[in-house]
Design a protein around this ligand. Structure first.
Ligand code: B12
Length: 287
């Protein structure tokens, strides 16, 4: 339908006059789409903090106590419980994925719903990091499975997810050069020139920074080092709009990608492989 701009504007004003509440709602949805959110999330019910906690809390009581220590931001308790579980012979990677991570996910979602404040996230992050450090210590020095550089892209300070990805890669034998957050593309290019790097992992949490992953992947193309892209601002549709990149959703996806790259596959093959894996997961859920 082609309309003159004046006609369209007049219709919008008329709609605003007749139905101001709906006009406000639609405007908000438009702004959210502009920020890269999906309109499908429009009617997503906001859960109470208790419901969010119940959603992520592990069934096992000992794991749940550790998750709670992270939620409460209790560093000492997180260390004590992690140490006790490791002493009992629990798998360090399993502890990170199934006990420590659900804690930070809970706090982040509660914060996102407006029921927690920044200091609570930062304390929970400290409790998470304390537990993860003990898990890494337990794994000790294992022969390097490959070298990965991990970073959060320029303009973005959200590094909680990147830290988890780095920890899980290390737990799986990869040597990780953690470049931190708000990292410039040229700094990564320099590092890749100087060091032997098999894979770069890039994280973006904001629609305003995700384009940095495109620039990073394309700048690194000539070096032959691909970029695994992740973080809540990106999905496979976005990552597939540029080359030399593979989308991953979870830290374990980062491990799968790194293992495939180190085994000699190129980014095109690994991207395909990850898509097939994702399809199979969907099938499993359906059955
Ligand atoms: C915590 C948080 C903060 C903290 C960050 C602390 C820190 N050190 O990271 C603080 C309070 C500092 C913060 C600041 C801001 N924030 Co903030 N923040 C969040 C929040 C609540 C949680 C993010 C998080 O840590 N999630 C948990 C982690 C574990 O998840 P994750 O990072 O996605 O990582 C997981 C996966 O994605 C994956 N993964 C991650 N990286 C990679 C990489 C690879 C290769 C792979 C395979 C997988 C993978 O593994 C991880 C573990 O499962 C989100 C909302 C939300 N619920 O997501 C908003 C959110 C990201 N923030 C937002 C905004 C706007 C901001 C601010 C601009 C606010 C402001 N006006 O100042 C500033 C940003 C400043 C900047 N320049 O970056 C918006 C972004 C909107 C958008 N779409 O662009 C969000 C979505 C909130 C919202 N709904 O509006 N924020």
């Amino acid at each position: 339908m082609i309309r003159h701009i004046d006609t369209a504007a007049a219709e919008i004003y008329e709609f605003k006059e007749k139905n101001p509440q709906r006009y406000k709602e639609l405007l908000e949805v438009g702004i959210r789409i502009g920020f890269g959110e999906s309109p499908e999330t429009e009617d997503k019910a906001v859960l109470t903090p208790d419901k969010v906690r119940a959603k992520y809390l592990p069934k096992d009581a000992a794991y749940a106590a550790l998750t709670d220590a992270v939620i409460e931001g209790e560093v000492k308790e997180s260390q004590r419980l992690t140490a006790a579980l490791l002493e009992k012979g629990e798998d360090p990677t399993g502890l990170v994925v199934n006990a420590l991570m659900p804690g930070i996910q809970t706090v982040c979602e509660i914060y996102d719903n407006g029921d927690a404040f920044v200091p609570e996230i930062l304390l929970a992050n400290d409790a998470l990091v304390a537990g993860v450090a003990l898990c890494q210590e337990r794994l000790g020095d294992i022969p390097s499975a490959g070298r990965v550089a991990s970073l959060v892209i320029e303009g973005d300070v959200h590094d909680i997810g990147k830290n988890i990805v780095a920890a899980i890669l290390r737990a799986n034998g990869f040597e990780v050069i953690d470049m931190g957050r708000d990292v410039l593309v040229e700094d990564v290019v320099d590092l890749v020139k100087k060091e032997k790097i098999d894979l770069v992992t890039g994280t973006s949490l904001m629609s305003t920074t995700k384009e940095g992953l495109r620039a990073l992947s394309e700048e690194l193309k000539a070096s032959g080092v691909p970029v695994a892209c992740g973080g809540a601002a990106v999905d496979d549709h976005f990552v597939e709009t540029f080359t030399n990149s593979i989308y991953g959703k979870s830290p374990l996806d980062a491990v799968k990608i790194a293992q495939s790259i180190v085994s000699g596959k190129d980014w095109v093959e690994v991207r395909k492989e990850m898509k097939i894996g994702k399809g199979q997961e969907k099938e499993k859920i359906k059955n």
